[in-house]
Design a protein around this ligand. Sequence first.
Ligand code: SAM
Ligand code: SF4
Length: 329
Amino acid sequence: MNQVDYLRISLIDRCNFRCQYCMPEGAELDYIFKQQLLTDDELLTLIQFVFIPVGFTRFRLTGGEPLLRPRVVELVGAIASLPQTQDLSMTTNGFLLAPLAKSLYNVGLRRINISLDSLDPETFDQIIGNRGRGRWQQVWDGIQAAYRVGFTPLKLNVVVIPGVNDKEILDLAALTIDKQWHVRFIEFMPIGNSQLFGDRGWIASEELRQLIRDRWGLTESQVCGNGPADVFQIPGAKGTLGFISQMSECFCERCNRMRLSADGWLRPCLLNEDAQIDLKTALRSGISTTQLREQVRSLLAIKPEINFKQRDPGNTTGVYTRTMSQIGG
Ligand code: SAM
Ligand code: SF4
């Protein structure tokens, strides 16, 4: 059995983008009220006195858009400075990153994943929901700032959407040749925006690999924190290519993670909410951290039986209504 030692923590469910596949413009989303968000103190209490004692040592901060969280730099610093934190990383859309990159690095963040679905500003605007011009450039500036500051590995996440950005696979892969950047292609998942999924479907990672293999060749490789990604490299390239194939391959057996939502729900699986527990309400009702640890241990014990494929027997469409931003992607 895999050791579950990795916690993805959603800092906030809101976002400054409206990616078509995640929080499409016009979709009705039930945002979490401010009072329902875990406070900084509650989050730190859970990490220090509940998660670390039961064996979690690696944390990824995500969202929604984590950089929208008030006092995010201080919070990152507090988590990074816990002696048992072995690894701390963040997934961001990069829009607010340029001015924050150095401060985040200085307080102890070392690894960052930035979403970049297109190299073409117009396609990018289309994907993120036309939230205003110039957004691509600002994200690109964020990536450059993170690179200059020294984040390593610096990973770029690409959700591949048929007919939208699949023509850019080779250009995106080429980013890894001269720079130590790690581009990860993610199969588009049928959650959040079922309409878009129904219309377009997804492209299997192997199809992308073949495209890249035909152009440059491809060898197996490794990168720190590869998690569910299969990692490859263009021969001689400085960076790597990761493929996250949750649609075409089941990687539940090697799953090493749980997810904590911004309002304190602990979920053992991205797409299976049956066994989730509400740690915030428990904490606010005065339950001791010893009892909370027991609740988390019980969830850990049943995690191997919960997985992505047997997610919801009644659901014949395979489409899920909660978005990645709500689950804490
Ligand atoms: N806002 C940050 C960002 O976009 O990087 C962090 C949160 S976002 C929910 C985390 C990751 O989930 C991003 O890389 C995003 O592309 C991915 N994601 C969101 N919806 C998805 C979907 N339907 N299928 C595959 N990946 C998705
Ligand atoms: Fe926002 Fe990230 Fe979802 Fe895009 S994928 S809407 S940036 S949370």
